[in-house]
Design a binder for this molecule. Structure first.
Ligand SMILES: NC(=O)c1ccc[n+]([C@@H]2O[C@H](COP(=O)([O-])OP(=O)(O)OC[C@H]3O[C@@H](n4cnc5c(N)ncnc54)[C@H](O)[C@@H]3O)[C@@H](O)[C@H]2O)c1
Ligand SMILES: O=c1ccn([C@@H]2O[C@H](COP(=O)(O)OP(=O)(O)O[C@H]3O[C@H](CO)[C@@H](O)[C@H](O)[C@H]3O)[C@@H](O)[C@H]2O)c(=O)[nH]1
Length: 448
């Protein structure tokens, strides 16, 4: 009989996992404590922006293969495998991860399970959590019901979440049970049949693989961004530098795009949680370099604000058009978004900030309601003293500068993501300043 799956937590990760598992042929029940979200998903309406996901959600809610509930009792009676996909945000005022939601959801589903089943953690957690949670499951599960436990970290990227889930580049599971491994191999049979590497290991390795991957990616971005501080001072082309080192197969070109740095619901909080966890383990200096990774990253945002302030003399009363506030293109996610942070800081310094993002305006306006959100690029840039491209949506990368030329007050643009063609913009009479590049214009403005 085909396995029945539940996915507990139906946010960016859980909604994707649930719909993709339905696409693979499983009967799936999504569970969340957020009733509004569950109602929306039950109607086949996706409350987030994720390319390809609305179609899958509609298809499988219509077919009945994918349902949603707020009831753990229903989930406990239904599921053979329960995936945990709830949030592990940074604790307020601390670096450590908040495990409240994971603990609560694992305990709740262990209590509710009325048949032998497997709980599989997917959320990103501090090392040592899985072994502790396995103990919690043993305490909470009912007499006569065997509830097994495994850890299966998730590596999907927002914007590519569907493809990454249906065609992952690797599968990692931590467990101490052959039965748990056999069940997860059944869940992932489709990917395994295409020779996707399936790494079966212990709990600690599985948990660490996840945070190590994100720490490495964050380090790679801050590495190139640290060099961008050098090229901003001495000259040189940061993109050519990245291309040239990226051609060394040991280094690779991906994740060497300099700009305003990384954000989102994962990399920033995960490097901080990793540092906090190793400090708890008494290894205070082991991950100290991640402090620097974080610092370099945050300095990029300072740089973007500095460039705007310097070009405009003072921000007071100046009109700045911000293009993009999502933490990356093809997403509506503004968690720890560098772009939104910069926009908010420009506003705090007195600028009149017009924001246009193809998908993230609504989420951004919940966080910073005072910015002026508009629903078209042309409206955002109208009469602007300065245009700042902060998230590299293709709509912005492909702008024809001639089309904006008559619309703005001053033809000056800051490329916060290093994606615009300087020659094209300069030929159209624009002053263009890219983060990571030395600029005479900026030096002149700073000297004034
Ligand atoms: N977003 C990603 O791309 C991604 C990728 C890999 C791993 N992760 C990890 O996955 C986890 C979830 O991330 P996310 O971005 O989907 O977060 P999210 O905030 O979008 O979703 C979390 C969901 O969990 C729900 N929830 C909270 N407590 C619950 C409970 N007790 N029972 C049921 N539902 C509950 C919330 O209502 C919310 O809908 C995090 O640990 C994150 O680090 C995320
Ligand atoms: O060269 C680069 C690449 C990325 N970024 C920025 O880095 C952030 C993160 O980008 P990305 O990693 O593509 O997005 P996420 O969806 O947050 O995915 C990361 O975090 C997820 C949650 O843990 C993991 O599952 C993924 O594997 C991991 O890539 C974004 O702000 C990007 O703009 C750069 O500044 N330069």
């Amino acid at each position: 009989m085909t396995l029945r799956l539940t996915v507990i937590g139906t946010g960016y990760l859980g909604a994707t996992h649930a719909a993709c598992m339905a696409e693979l042929g499983f009967e799936v029940l999504g569970v969340d404590v957020d009733k509004e979200k569950i109602d929306s998903l039950s109607r086949g309406e996706l409350p987030i922006h994720e390319p390809g996901l609305p179609e899958l959600l509609r298809k499988h809610t219509e077919s009945g293969r994918l349902r949603f509930t707020t009831s753990f009792d229903e989930a406990g009676a239904f599921g053979d495998v329960h995936f945990i996909a709830v949030g592990t945000p940074q604790r307020a005022g601390e670096h450590a991860a908040d495990m409240t939601y994971v603990d609560a959801s694992v305990a709740a589903i262990a209590r509710a399970a009325t048949k032998d089943s497997l709980i599989v953690g997917k959320s990103t957690v501090p090392v040592g959590s899985a072994r502790r949670l396995k103990g919690l499951v043993a305490e909470e599960s009912r007499d006569g019901v065997t509830v097994n436990f495994a850890w299966n970290p998730e590596f999907l990227r927002e914007g590519f979440a569907v493809a990454d889930t249906l065609r992952p580049d690797r599968l990692v599971m931590g467990s101490d049970s052959a039965a748990a491994e056999a069940t997860l191999r059944e869940v992932y049979a489709d990917a395994i049949s295409r020779d996707t590497p399936f790494i079966s290991t212990d709990f600690e390795t599985a948990e660490l693989v996840k945070v190590a991957a994100n720490a490495f990616l964050a380090t790679k971005i801050s590495f190139i961004n640290a060099f961008s501080e050098v090229t901003e001072t001495v000259g040189g082309n940061i993109r050519t530098l990245a291309d040239a080192i990226g051609l060394d197969a040991r280094i690779g070109r991906r994740f060497l795009n300099a700009g305003i740095g990384f954000g989102g619901g994962c990399l920033p909080k995960d490097i901080r949680a990793l540092q906090a966890r190793v400090s708890e383990l008494g290894l205070d200096s082991t991950m100290r370099f991640l402090n620097e990774v974080d610092e370099v990253n945050l300095r990029r945002r300072d740089r973007a604000v500095y460039v705007a302030e310097t070009l405009l003399g003072s921000l007071e009363g100046k009109k700045v058009a911000v293009l993009g506030v999502a933490f990356k293109p093809n997403s509506d996610d503004v968690r720890d978004s560098p772009a939104l942070d910069v926009a908010a800081r420009l506003y705090s310094s007195g600028a009149d900030v017009s924001v246009y993002d193809p998908a993230a305006n609504a989420n951004a306006s919940k966080r910073y309601p005072r910015l002026n959100y508009v629903d078209a690029l042309a409206t955002a840039v109208a009469d602007a003293d300065l245009v700042m491209l902060l998230t590299e949506w293709s709509e912005f990368v492909n702008i024809d500068p001639a089309e904006l030329s008559g619309v703005v007050s001053h033809k000056q643009i800051v490329d916060g993501r290093n994606v615009l063609n300087h020659d094209k913009w300069t030929a159209a009479g624009w002053d263009i300043i890219s983060l990571g590049h030395k600029s005479e214009l900026l030096e002149l403005a700073a000297a004034e």
